[in-house]
Design a protein around this ligand. Sequence first.
Ligand code: PA5
Length: 390
Amino acid sequence: MIKFDFTSMCNYDNDLMSRKDEVLQKFKDSYMTGWTKKIDSNLVQDIIATSKEIKKHSKCLVVIGIGGSFLGSFAVRKALAPYFKDDDFKVIYAGTTLSSDYINELLDYLRTVDFSVNVISKSGTTMETTIAYTLIMQLMREKYNMEDIKKRLVITTDPVKGTLREEVNTNGYKSFPIPDDIGGRYSIMTAAHLLPLAFSIDLNKFVEGYYLGNEYIDQAFMYAVCRKSLFDQGKIVENFVVFEEKLNYFSEWLKQLFGETEGKSGVGILPMSTVFTRDLHSLGQFIQEGNKIIFETFIKIENSSKIEFKSYDLHHINNVVLDSVRVAHKSGDVSSILITLPEINEKYLGEIIYFFMLSAAFSGFLFNINPFNQPGVEVYKKEVRENIII
Ligand code: PA5
């Protein structure tokens, strides 16, 4: 069971608690909550079978996508991957950068191995994804015939519309849907993330854990209330803190989830993240004694692998440091919330992801904004389109 400590180092506003019925009703009335509906088990099995097929003829899968079509699977994959053991099968991400060095080196590498591609874009029009996909498909066409390409390309996109869907319809490529009622940053329980994850994690356990997250509705609302209360007290920055390097990208996923959900109409909490103890020696000074605009959410892991140091278990030391940092930061007027996972595995990651998505949505309603859109992301794209035709 995941544990939550909302009150020992955080004061919340009781008036916000009284908005619970209103917020839950708004959530219930929202169209974009398809991620709370049970995923079709045949779809999950099809995803697993597809990953096994790809492994038969490829040494590498290139996953092309950005934002909500990238961060979820990347974060969970990193969280569950061993630190130093390389997998025989590589999953490589593209479409998150326009760096020509990155793309050139990736293409050079792909010339040397048999590879498959999973392009992921709900809209099918995202610039970064389109560029990487076009360049990688040029190489694919040089290396493989159409028959082969049909085995090596999987398109994950809108079920009915968009350019990628048209490509599927024209060429008969393998495809998976991103349902209309699920937005990018809420799409972890769709093929957009499940296919890339099927190569390295126990997908069934992850899916099972995810829906258990629904048991944390009360805690998700409480978390949203605590955050909004702190925001109202002038704490406008939330630092997500992990003590495990492999959770670094989980924090990146959290930053996207909360940043894109809340940051609109001139409001929202600015998310930042740190990996302690590393960053105690960089940002720790600012957090302890700098501008008092920060509060923190600590993610603690109860159990980890064992290694003894002077009769202490090293993981115990890590957690003693976590508890001590909370106390120290509180003495510097930095409030915090604590979320404790029994361990890092598929089940608990699934649960906590659902919890955070619920809470982000509730938080949006507490801020009186739409938690499911991101109109601001379009502005730079429009500016680019005025300069280049892609
Ligand atoms: O959360 C979101 O909706 C965004 O981050 C999108 O996922 C991102 O812009 C990519 O969009 P698309 O899947 O349409 O390529």
